[in-house]
Each structure stands twice: as C-alpha cells, then as structure tokens.
Design a protein around this ligand. Structure first.
Ligand code: BGC
Length: 745
C-alpha cells in the first residue's frame, strides 16, 4: 500500500527521493511503502544478486541478452522492438524489478563514442520510433522504462563534467527530438538525466530541461531519476525537477533537503512533488500486471526471439555475384577468433550474464552439410607478437585455400570500446586487416562478417565480394549469423548510421571530444547522413543501406495530406526476386524553397514490409506534420513552413526510388514589423509591403528595383540615411510600421 505524501514527515519525504544502496528506493515501513528495484538495462536484465559492484558481471542473475541497441536499431522494426521490450519486461517482472534502465536513445554524433553500441541511431526518428516501441513493450508487462540519458550525452570522454554546447536548432531538431517522441508516444515511467552539462548547466539540475521542456512542453507525467552518481547539487536538482537521486547518498543529501526546507531556501512543496512522484512510481509498480507474472522465464522462447531479432538486425552490406547465401553442401573455411569467441555485447553497466550463448562456428556446423574447416586467423590479445599473428595468418590462408568459400569473422576486440571511454580511431587492428587481404588473395570467394559496437573503417570493402555487418548481436547472434549465411533468414537490416570512409570525414571530427570540459557541437544540424549529403561526400556505406537475398522494385509514390495535417505516402512495392524477403521502405522529406537552413533530406517515416517472391503490396507510410517542423529561434517554438515538400521514397538515403511533391500549408506565424525589421522583410509583409513599395517607386521610378536589391538588408529605422527628407521618411516608416503592427496574414 502506498500512502499519500501528507501522511509523511519531512524527513520521510526527503528520504524517499534518494536510493537505498545501489539499486533500491527506500521503503517507509511505518506507512507501508515498499522498496522498489531499478536496474539495468537496456538490452536485457542485469540484476545483481546482493550489493553489487556496479559494473561487475559475476553475480548478476542470468537473463536473455537481446541484441544491443546498435543492432536492434538496424532492424528498423518497431514491432520487433516492442516484442523485445515485452520479453525484457517479463524477465524483469519475474525478478521483481520495477524499472529497467533503458532504452538509451542518445544520438550517435561521432563514431568514436565508446557507448554507441548502447544507442540506436544517428537519426532522431529511428531513435524515437524504436525507443517508444521498446518502452511500450516493457511497460505492457507492468515494468517501467527509464529513457536515458537525458540529454546530449553523446560521448564518454569527461562525461561527468563536460558541457555539450549546442545551438537551439540542433538541440531541438536532433538531440531532443527522439526523447520528445518517446515521451509523447509512450510515457515512460521514468526518464534518466545524464551526467553531462548541457550549455553549461548540469542536466541533473537544469529546470529548463527537466521541467520546462520535459514536463511543460512534452507533458511528461513520470519521474526523473539521476544517472548513477549524476547529482551535483541535490537541492538545486530537486528544485529543477530531478525527483530521485540514485544510488544512495547514505542520507547526506536527504539531510541537505531537510535543512534547505528548514532555512527557507527550498519550498517544502518541492519535496512533496518529488516524493509524490516516487510514491506514484511505487503505486504503478505494485498495482501493475507484473505482480501476476510468474516464473520461470521461458528461456527457449526468449532465446528464439533473441535469434530472430539478431537475424533482423544483421546488415548485408555487399554481396557480389550472390556469394551468399551459401549452399548447404559448400565447404567452408570459418576463420577468425570471433567465430569461436563471439563479441555479442558491449562493456560497462549494460553487460548481461546471458542464459546461453550461441557460438557462430558451432551454429555453422549445424547448418552446413559440406566440410567446415576452422582457423583462428588472428589473436585478439594486444600482446600477441607479429610472429604469432603471422603463424595464425598462414594457417588461415591454408584453410581458405582448401575450401569453396571462406567466412572471415573480424571485429573490434572488447578492450577497444566500452562505456567510460571513447575510441580514438575507427580502425580494425592491423593483424586483422592483413589477414583479410591474405585470405581474399587465397580464396576470392570470401565473406567478411564484422563484429563491432561502433562503426569501423572498411578499407577492404572493394576487395571482398561479400560483407556482413554483424554488430554486437546478443546471445543468439551466432545462430542468427549462421541463419543469414545459409539463407535460413534473408537479411533485412539497414544501416541506422553511416559507415564513413575515414574518421576525418565525420561531422564532429574537429569538435570531438572537446577541451576543458566543453564540447561544441559545431556541425549543428548536420549529423550523420545530413552532413555527408550536404557536403556531397562519398561514404563507405550510406545511412539506410542494406541488401537482401531478393530484390525489390518500387512503383511511383503518391501522397495526400490527411485531415489532421499528416501526410500519407503510398507506394507499390514488389519482390522481384525468387525468394521471400523483407524491405525497409524509407521516406525522406526536403523543402527546396525553405527559408531556413535544412539538410538535403531527412528521414520522416519508415516501414518494414514482408513480401513473398513475386508479391506486390501497396505500402502506406505516415509522415507526421509535426516532423516537418523546424525549431524557430525567433519564436522559441516549432514551425512548419509552408511550401512544396519533396517526399522521397527510398531504399537508402542514397538510393532514391520515387519522389512526390506535396503542398503543405505553413503554420500561421510571422513577426510584427519593428524599426529593426529590414526593408526586404517589410516588403514581404502583406499590408506594409505595398505601402513601402509604392513609396520607393515614387521616389526612384525605374531605379526602385535596383535600390531594393541594394538596401534590402537595411533596418527600417535607418531608412533616412538615404535622404529624401527626414520628416517624409519618418512618416513613411510610421505608416509602414502601423500597417505592419500585426503579423502578416
Ligand atoms: C550508466 C547508466 C546505468 C547506470 C546504472 C551509469 O553509469 O550511465 O546507463 O543505467 O550506471 O548502472
């Protein structure tokens, strides 16, 4: 039973707003308030048994390790994300966990971010749609989500202090947009503030972020919890809208709250609100369906879901001459340390003890009828000598020469990427690069399978016929890779982040990770594909790219504006190949006539479509009107600009299949004219414009247009510098300002 805040003493209320130990809220036995457990997350349950060493792996309860976000993001599949959320919710409910700390939806600003494996995409629509689906799935099982890390936590370097210095437009349009969508569409029970500062203010004590934006603008109804150790000033945090400090402060900060109320520097109502939200969370958790979910976990069913999700997350980057799928009777050389010792999740607080682990080599043996020859190929040990690597390489070359096809498992060793630090380059270790060249020379029929949480440079991409991006795929990744290699599953994943050619090409290259605890987001709106497209730069593989074992053709798109202002884009999609497959249809928008800076095209909608061989389906995708808006700094609000929008139906950001133009009426916004308004702005004003134009015409005759071109930027107040009589000019200005006192219709 939970009790209203009014039944509690000030000390009890304060005590509710910080943790007991690492993972629990405090109970208040006197009035029957139970403790709650909040624990990681985000791609499975990491419930430590007792105490817990925070990052330790050893003592957590086995749980299904689903594909980490880097993989799930590449599925572009909201239904799948929901089902994964649901399964994680079931496991959490069985373990009496009230809140699972995820999903993490920070934007992948730079490939160097050590924690990119925990994030979904470089694009806010994917992050928002999939993030909302995970939250809904989790919460359908009566377990709360914790949407994290709010906000602008896009690097690990100096993460507990660094200020992410971001202009309003990119902040709203890129870094907050996904969070807004998840909050508005899915109402997570909790939001976790991040460690960093945002424009100089710790997010844990930023009233603008935690209250104005999150609650007042987006309507968030849940509780804000700190990232573990993110609290800088508890009193300021509470006042700003941070409800729950985690982990425990051993009562020290609770005492600060009590003292602040007593000395009048903090209103007790602020403590009431925060404590009330904790009680609300307790009520939701105790009254939820979770209470009725009984164990044991169906480990087999969840492993099967993890395998399906992993297979849908794999991205087939390249497949010349249909090298893949392999025929069952092909002889295969399986090369590379990751074939027997798979990397399947990243390091840090998200590390799960899996219920079981598929090993790629074993799974390949299960599906292959032909001979399978294994070779280690390289050592991931940083101390391995060149001679040791050369010996492994020679052995691998011999294996590759003896088989019909070589499948080469390469990737980033675990030590190179983790929570807590960023990478300094995007290169695979030299021994692996040398191995790839040697194996391809020995057997040109080579497929390379990558294991990596952050993108890696692929200098060998032109030299290998088949390339499979296997990310970190969770505990069933080995089986999923075998399924894809042998065509049990047709790949359908697409890149949720661009694979660049070089780190030097990447948008944040010159502004990452910042210095002296400030990182300036100098690339502005131009994150990920928005950058490469605006600068017309070549990339290794573009955002949205991914092949299938079948082919798809697109018909001509059509679009209509629905009554609510959203736009429905329809297109016929045909599977033109000889086997079933799944295509991710993407819709991008652009506004060529736009008056503000915009990316060349931006993703606005996507759908995952299953088609049998030869089948055609009409697919309709909804582009939300709100997603066409840009953040207008003059009004401090979203504005949909009117005009002819080009909606591009595409198979990737660089594989446009059909474009349709649709006229969208703009939001009714304009500013009244002032003496600071320019001549050009005044001329555009419906009422004031003709008055000014007439006056200029009378004064200048045929030269008026030339004058306008020259003085268009002149503020109205300074018109008199062009002579024409002071009084006359002043009365013209007054007439123009009177006519322009109301915003232009
Ligand atoms: C991480 C969070 C995590 C928390 C609890 C922090 O270090 O940033 O993502 O949920 O620890 O383990």
């Amino acid at each position: 039973m939970t009790s209203p805040v009014t039944d509690l003493t000030l000390e009890e209320k304060a005590s509710l707003t910080s943790g007991a130990g690492f993972w629990f809220t405090k109970p208040i036995e006197r009035v029957g308030v139970p403790e709650l457990m909040l624990t990681d997350g985000p791609h499975g349950l990491r419930k430590q048994r007792v105490g817990g060493d925070h990052l330790g792996l050893g003592d957590s309860v086995p749980a299904t390790c689903f594909p980490p976000a880097v993989a799930l993001g590449s599925s572009w599949d909201a239904d799948l994300a929901y089902r994964v959320g649901e399964a994680m919710g079931t496991e959490a409910a069985i373990e009496d966990v009230a809140v699972l700390l995820g999903p993490g939806i920070n934007i992948k600003r730079s490939p160097l971010c050590g924690r990119n494996f925990e994030y979904l995409s470089e694009d806010p629509v994917i992050s928002g749609v999939l993030g909302a689906a995970i939250v809904k799935g989790l919460q359908s099982r009566g377990v709360g989500a914790s949407l994290k890390h709010f906000a602008a936590n896009n690097q690990e370097s100096d993460r507990m202090r660094s200020s992410s210095d971001i202009d309003p437009r990119p902040l709203r349009e890129i870094y907050l947009r996904g969070f807004q969508r998840v909050v508005e569409d899915a109402q997570p029970w909790t939001v976790m503030c991040s460690y960093n500062r945002l424009n100089g203010v710790y997010t844990s004590e930023d009233p603008w972020l935690l209250t104005q934006v999150l609650r007042e603008e987006w309507g968030f109804e849940g509780l804000v919890v700190s990232d573990w150790g993110a609290v800088n000033d508890r009193v300021a945090g509470l006042a700003a809208g941070l409800d729950l400090e985690m982990p425990t402060s051993d009562g020290r900060t609770d005492a600060q709250l009590v003292a602040a109320v007593r000395d009048g520097s903090l209103d007790e109502s602020v403590v009431d609100v925060a404590a009330g939200r904790v009680l609300d969370l307790v009520r939701k958790a105790t009254e939820s369906v979770a209470a009725d979910i009984a164990g044991p976990v169906d480990v087999d069913a969840h492993h099967a879901l993890a395998r399906e999700a992993a297979a849908r997350s794999i991205v087939l980057l390249k497949n010349d001459d249909a090298l893949l799928p392999l025929a069952a009777d092909t002889s295969v050389a399986v090369i590379g340390a990751f074939a027997t010792d798979p990397r399947y999740q990243g390091a840090g607080s998200s590390q799960i003890v899996p219920t079981r682990l598929d090993v790629p080599l074993d799974e390949i043996r299960r599906l292959a009828d032909g001979e399978v020859i294994a070779a280690e190929g390289f050592s991931i040990d940083a101390d391995a000598t060149e001679a040791q690597q050369a010996a492994l390489r020679d052995e691998a070359v011999a294996a590759a020469s003896a088989a019909d096809v070589a499948v080469l498992f390469v990737g980033l060793p675990a030590r190179l990427e983790s929570e807590g630090f960023d990478r300094t380059d995007i290169d695979l270790p030299a021994a692996q690069l040398e191995l790839i060249d040697a194996v391809v020379a020995a057997n040109p029929r080579t497929a390379v399978v990558l294991a990596n949480g952050g993108v890696v440079a692929l200098p060998f991409a032109d030299r290998v016929p088949a390339l499979v991006e296997g990310w970190l795929l969770g505990q069933a990744g080995g089986g999923a890779i075998a399924d894809v290699l042998f065509g049990v599953a047709s790949p359908s994943g697409k890149l949720a982040e661009t694979i660049p050619l070089r780190i030097e090409d990447t948008p944040a290259y010159l502004d990452f990770p910042g210095e002296f605890s400030h990182v300036r987001y100098g690339e502005g709106l131009f994150v990920g594909y928005r950058w490469y497209d605006a600068r017309r730069m070549p990339v290794a593989f573009p955002f949205g790219h991914g092949l299938s074992y079948t082919t798809f053709s697109y018909g001509d798109a059509s679009a209509r504006v629905a009554a609510d202002g959203d736009i429905e884009v329809s297109v016929d999609l045909t599977n033109t190949g000889s086997r079933a497959g799944r295509e991710i249809v993407q819709v991008y928008a652009s506004l060529p006539s736009g008056s503000v800076q915009r990316p060349v095209r931006e993703l606005k909608a996507f759908a995952s479509v299953d088609l049998d061989a030869g089948q055609t389906r009409s697919v309709t995708l909804t582009v939300r009107r709100a997603d066409l808006a840009y953040w207008d700094v003059r009004f401090d609000s979203w504005v949909v600009e009117g005009g002819d929008y080009e909606l591009t139906v595409a198979a990737s950001s660089r594989d446009v299949r059909s474009t349709v133009t649709v006229e969208v009426s703009g939001d009714d916004v304009s500013l009244p004219l002032t003496r600071e308004s320019s001549v050009a702005e005044a001329l555009e004003h419906a009422e004031a414009g003709p008055i000014l134009r007439d006056a200029l015409g009378r004064a200048m005759g045929d030269g008026a247009d030339e004058l306008i071109a020259m003085v268009g930027s002149l503020p109205l107040g300074r018109l008199s510098m062009f002579g024409g009589g002071h009084e006359q000019t002043q009365s013209l200005i007054t007439a123009v300002l009177d006519a322009g006192a109301k915003p232009s219709a």
